[in-house]
Design a protein around this ligand. Structure first.
Ligand code: PEP
Ligand code: MG
Length: 330
């Protein structure tokens, strides 16, 4: 079985009815890029840059150190696109205490609802611009895409683009080269999914962070085992938000992918294909299994089953066609 999956690496990722599906890798450090290539990834759909900031004694990485790391990932991917997400610090990914003491940080009871991700970046404008400059500089060495986590408000979108414009101006003033980068928004707060036209208007692409989207939609802490039985990606509220986001992005001609765990779980592949998703980003180890499911799927047939499933209250009943082997057999 392992060998069979390994052989899949060079097989194009296309459904039975000829729909091409992009399979991208999630990475945490530049050292993960070779594994992404070995798995046959068409690029990096999510570089979780916060891992450069974690597990350090004291100092956070400066602009040059970040730039070197981003460039290393871009060069390792050998011309394939690399989507670099600005830091998603906070909640389950805290900074160590020494670094924190230099920064604004208040203890919060609900870190997942607190100062994390883009909120943290916007509260540390110099740090944010430094990261944006480092990412932009890496774009001179390959195809870089910029991704912003946890956005929910129009004001955050505006501030993000202002920071980006300033970072670009600083590089131009210094004569430092950088290329055009597409800018994308993570859709992982229900408020963002519910106002998706706003995001589709402002961004070149969107990426669904289903891990957080599920956590916030169902009010289930993704790290709390005592309620993990309620963490249900099949909940109709979650599925409607995912479906609406994919549809809105596609209608606007903007790229849309899923980079949460759902994308790497083959039991969700038929459903996401039925919803129109054609770009999945996942841990490299999942790519072969998801590809295998794609090769056996007929998106036209799957799409026909979607309306009835979406209109249904109990996923255990109505999503059965999408859940298991049934979806593969025609
Ligand atoms: C997500 O929330 O689904 C996601 C991809 O981001 P992270 O898991 O890093 O929060
Ligand atoms: Mg997230």
């Amino acid at each position: 079985e392992r060998e069979r999956l390994a052989r899949l690496r060079h097989t194009p990722s296309v459904t039975l009815d000829g729909e091409a599906v992009e399979l991208l890798a999630n990475i945490e450090l530049p050292q993960d890029a070779p594994a992404a290539l070995r798995a046959g990834a068409a690029g990096v759909g999510l570089f979780r840059s916060e891992f450069l900031f974690m597990n350090r004694d004291g100092e956070l990485p400066g602009e040059d150190e970040q730039f070197e790391a981003y460039r290393a990932a871009v060069q390792a991917m050998d011309g394939l696109p690399v989507t670099i997400r600005t830091v998603d610090i906070g909640a389950d990914k805290p900074l160590d205490r020494m670094s924190l003491s230099e920064l604004r940080h208040e203890h919060t009871l609900n870190p997942a609802l607190g100062l994390r991700a883009i909120r943290w970046s916007l509260s540390e404008p110099a740090m944010f611009r430094m990261q944006l400059r480092a990412i932009l500089r890496a774009s001179a060495y390959g195809k870089v895409r910029l991704l912003i986590p946890m956005l929910a408000h129009a004001s955050e979108i505006r501030q993000t683009f202002e920071a980006l414009a300033r970072a670009k101006q600083q590089l131009r003033d210094a004569g430092t080269p950088f290329a055009d980068v597409e800018v994308g928004a993570m859709i992982e707060v229900p408020a963002a999914a519910l106002t998706i036209p706003l995001f589709v208007r402002h961004f070149d692409f969107v990426s669904l962070g289903t891990n957080d989207l599920i956590q916030y939609t169902l009010a289930i802490d993704r790290a709390d085992e005592s309620v993990s039985y309620l963490y249900d990606p099949w909940h109709p509220a979650v599925l409607r938000l995912i479906h609406d986001t994919i549809r809105a992005a596609r209608q606007a001609g903007k790229g849309v992918s899923v980079c949460g765990e759902m994308a790497g779980d083959p039991s969700f592949t038929p459903l996401l294909l039925a919803m129109g998703l054609r770009s999945f980003s996942m841990h490299p180890s999942q790519i072969a299994a998801v590809k295998q499911r794609i090769l056996r799927s007929d998106t036209a047939k799957l799409a026909q089953m979607l309306d009835a499933a979406l209109a249904c209250d109990d996923p255990q009943e109505c999503y059965r066609p999408f859940m298991g082997e049934a979806a593969q057999l025609h």
